[in-house]
Write a protein that binds this ligand. Structure first.
Ligand code: COA
Length: 426
């Protein structure tokens, strides 16, 4: 079956997480993704959080499936020539270096357009133009500067970062959408364009409901926040709301059977207004269906602590999966807190390819997250990540059409080999 992005060639100049997330998605959709890495070193994540000696880390392997790897030293004259030839052969260049790094290599947007006017040049940076534009940025910095940390956690605790990598992977996702949009526009204009995503912007986009609440605050208290029911006044900025639901329907994380020993024996439970009567029946409080003190959402708001306390008395008698089964039958929205151990063992996620087992020549078998976006005409096969420079010869010969003599001269120049290896060869 043809892949959706078959025929699209990506020059992947990314490292760490945000950029590789983007190019991995494009590779899963069928783009030929050529990852340029520094000779002898490669993407720094190859050696970070290593669990198997002398094998690429899971950090690297899980972000670089379906790619080819070529090692090229961009600071070597011949190396730069190779990169410029690759720019002519590719449709998209993706990078997430620190601000100015590409320009220092001599690869300015102007130069790239000169080399290939159809090129889509896509970048992740920490911030957009403004006072912070020169800053290097990592995940948690983006979560903190994009509004997520200030609105995550409990009111009486410090700001909190989340485990989901909304700064890195979230921005990679945004960038991928920008790239395919630019590719679509190119089919009509014939021109490439610049695509940029700032991590601060990506996080703020994902925290959009909190910017909504910031403006609502000017018109009165946020009545669906627990603190309103608890009689705690609001300040001038959106507070941290614990596990309140962001959509206006009161929600909480409640203990389930086994919580004393299992840190994940919890369920998320939403007291959605249309199913209030079903909730009353399930928890054994049928009188609350008609009692004016409980029957309407407005009447319930100041009593949420009492109401969720009563619901929790019930959830603590059931496992999180029993709660799901009972509530699901009567459309009460709830969700068990699933651990990573449970997710990796989940047979339905394995069946859909969202959790996949991959074999790797140096590390052996491991699990990864497959493509979460399913296209009916372009299913994603997850192929192992490349070893460092595994495809250097293949790309020089087949993509760039260098002759055998030229390849030998390139190697001798140090453009594709680490200095130590070069010296040893001399
Ligand atoms: N050959 C030779 N040099 C290479 C190279 C290659 N193939 N690939 C990269 N380099 C060099 C660059 O030329 C640059 O050198 P310079 O600073 O002398 O110009 C350097 O490596 C780029 O490194 P940099 O991006 O500064 O890496 P870092 O480890 O210091 O910083 C980040 C890492 C992530 C903080 C930074 O890249 C960044 O802020 N990126 C944008 C935001 C982002 O994506 N953050 C999230 C990452 S998950």
């Amino acid at each position: 079956m043809t892949k959706a992005l078959a025929g699209v060639r990506i020059l992947d100049f990314t490292h760490v997480q945000s950029g590789p997330t983007c190019t991995q998605l494009l590779a899963w959709f069928g783009a030929d993704c050529i990852k340029i890495e520094r000779p002898g070193v490669g993407d720094i994540t190859r050696g970070q959080l290593m669990d198997v000696p002398k094998a690429d880390s899971l950090y690297f392997t899980m972000l670089n499936h379906n790619k080819r790897s070529i090692t090229v030293d961009s600071k070597n004259k011949k190396g730069l020539e190779i990169i410029e030839r690759l720019i002519k052969e590719c449709d998209v260049l993706v990078e997430n270096f620190a601000p100015g790094a590409m320009d220092r290599m001599g690869l300015t947007w102007e130069r790239i357009q000169e080399l290939n006017p159809r090129m889509i040049y896509a970048s992740v940076k920490g911030f957009g133009p403004g006072p912070y534009e020169d800053c290097k940025v990592y995940e948690n910095v983006a979560q903190c500067t994009g509004g997520s940390a200030s609105t995550t956690g409990f009111r009486d605790g410090p700001p909190l970062v989340t485990g989901a990598q909304i700064g890195d992977s979230g921005t990679g996702l945004h960038l991928a959408l920008g790239i395919v949009t630019a590719l679509y526009q190119r089919t009509m204009t014939g021109r490439g364009q610049r695509v940029t995503c700032a991590m601060q912007d990506g996080v703020l986009n994902l925290a959009r409901v909190k910017l909504r609440d910031q403006q609502r605050l000017a018109h009165g208290p946020l009545t669906e926040y627990s603190q309103h029911g608890e009689g705690v006044p609001f300040g001038d900025a959106v507070p941290r709301a614990g596990n309140d639901s962001g959509g206006g329907q009161p929600g909480r994380i409640l203990r389930c059977k086994g919580w004393e020993t299992d840190p994940n024996a919890y369920t998320y439970f939403i007291t959605q207004a249309p199913v209030w009567e079903a909730i009353c029946d399930v928890i054994g409080e049928p009188g609350w269906k008609t009692d004016p003190g409980y029957a309407t959402p407005k009447a319930r708001l100041p009593k949420l602590i009492e109401i969720f306390g009563r619901i929790e008395q019930w959830t603590m008698t059931k496992t999180k999966f029993e709660v799901l089964e009972i509530c699901n039958k009567v459309d009460i929205p709830c969700g068990p807190i699933l651990s990573m151990k449970e997710l990796i063992e989940d047979s339905s996620l394995r069946a859909t390819g969202t959790v996949v087992e991959v074999d790797h020549p140096t590390r052996g078998k491991y699990f990864s997250v497959g493509n979460p976006i399913k296209l009916s005409d372009s299913p994603s096969d997850v192929k192992r990540s490349p070893l460092l420079g595994e495809h250097t010869d293949e790309i020089l010969t087949n993509v760039l059409k260098y002759s055998a003599e030229e390849v030998a001269a390139i190697k001798a120049s140090g453009a594709t080999e680490p200095p130590a290896k070069k010296q040893a060869a001399e």
